[in-house]
Design a protein around this ligand. Sequence first.
Ligand code: FSO
Ligand code: SF4
Length: 528
Amino acid sequence: MFCFQCEQTAGCTGCTRNAGVCGKKSGTARLQDKLTGALVGLARAVEGNEDQVTKETDALVMEGLFTTITNVNFNDETISALTSRIHAEKDRLVPRCLDCASACGRNDDYDIDSLWDGDEDIRSLKSLILFGIRGVAAYAYHAAVLGYTDEEVNRFFYKALFAIGMDWDTDELLPIVLEVGEINLKCMALLDQANTETFGMPTPTEVPLTVEKGPFIVISGHDMHDLKLLIEQTEGKGINIYTHGEMLPAHAYPELKKFAHLKGNFGTAWQNQQKEFASIPAPVLFTTNCLMPPKPSYADRVFTTEVVSYPGCIHIGENKDFTPVIERALQLGGYKEDQAFTGINGGTKVTTGFSHGAVLSVADKVVDAVKSGKIKHFFLVGGCDGARPGRNYYTEFVKKTPPDTIVLTLACGKYRFNDLDLGTIDGLPRIMDMGQCNDAYSAIQVALALADAFECEVNELPLSMVLSWYEQKAVCILLTLLHLGIKNILLGPTLPAFISPNVLNLLIEKYNIGPITTPDEDMRKLLG
Ligand code: FSO
Ligand code: SF4
């Protein structure tokens, strides 16, 4: 196998043995490569047949790309079935192919090995495109579930997949890399619209970390629609719901927080799940990544839905009947007494919901505080968490931020510090959780509004971005920031293995992107 799409890749170069660091087996990796090759084949078949593309074709492409994101699907059976559906769709688009004896290469599946074994700069740029659109597809999928789609976003998937299959040089590929960022901005806006129009504008909300006695269900992942359905199906049944990981921001949406049995948040970021789920008397439902191979101690309590799948775990299908999860919760019964859990730093509650709507509603206050010198600097410390030991950098960095600075955060990396009480500035909390990784859209909106208020470029604001990455959604968000021309981003804990030295030099030259060093040194540099 060869896979180097995430931050924990073996030796910071690539997973090549019988299984990846994430637990993906080599056979599954091969099937995911085949699936991706089939998607390129489908994109080739779409070329010239655009009028034949239906919303089912688009949905299939989103599903195929999302399925191959790290920690989503470990199930050979579902991956193979999905590849067959992609082949069937290609045959529908180009039925004549089946009877044609000459191999024209126009509609063939792409052999992804030719990408992994190719020139390192081309491999680097194509990887940025491929991993980037995997991330975009996840966001497009969540929006589509709520009934929101965007033609331009959907069309771009075919363009990008087609490019991956072509023998193009760096000059041809580089603009497409940046276009991934542009399209992702549109896609995050679409998902923001889908979430806020469906569930209301998030408002700052305190979320307890205590699990109350009695039956409960833990729900993980990013899919708010699944959470809503689970909340509705458990209403009046004496079952409480606790969010986990990236589901935490759900507590801030008016149409979700109105349910009294959506009680609080359980656990921290994804990489701690094998320890945190081992002994809870409750089932866990995964709606997206990040699923780790379940340990025997709790495997029979793990349920999956949508594109998430793990062999042996019960999957809730399209009918969205959560009865098996509900029955398991009642059977397990929950805790006999309330359990007071804490965050990583000992805090008993966290706060979320600082969406663009919430922050911009107090924009005057923020601008005044900057003008009067009460706020000297903003840090966006956000992104994914992960298991690599160096990630405590982010906790240390936040602890070292001076009292006249604000920390904006988002995604699961915040669990390193979101239970810290850093106080307030003029009533504004010093740590503001803007939401999930896709809510980078909120951070961008706030940055643009501040630039507007101060009549300057975003790069001229007293704002620094200190980002952590793990999987492919972080790739598309990074490309969005580059598309917006944002400079001086610090990225860690390690740089992506798929960035070749030449591509890295290019990013440094154009955007002055750099690796994190130590909290002290970076703080000095950023405030200097
Ligand atoms: Fe984290 Fe996992 Fe949201 Fe990712 S839970 S790592 S970037 O899936 O998507 O932040
Ligand atoms: Fe390795 Fe990450 Fe690929 Fe898993 S997703 S096989 S850990 S590079």
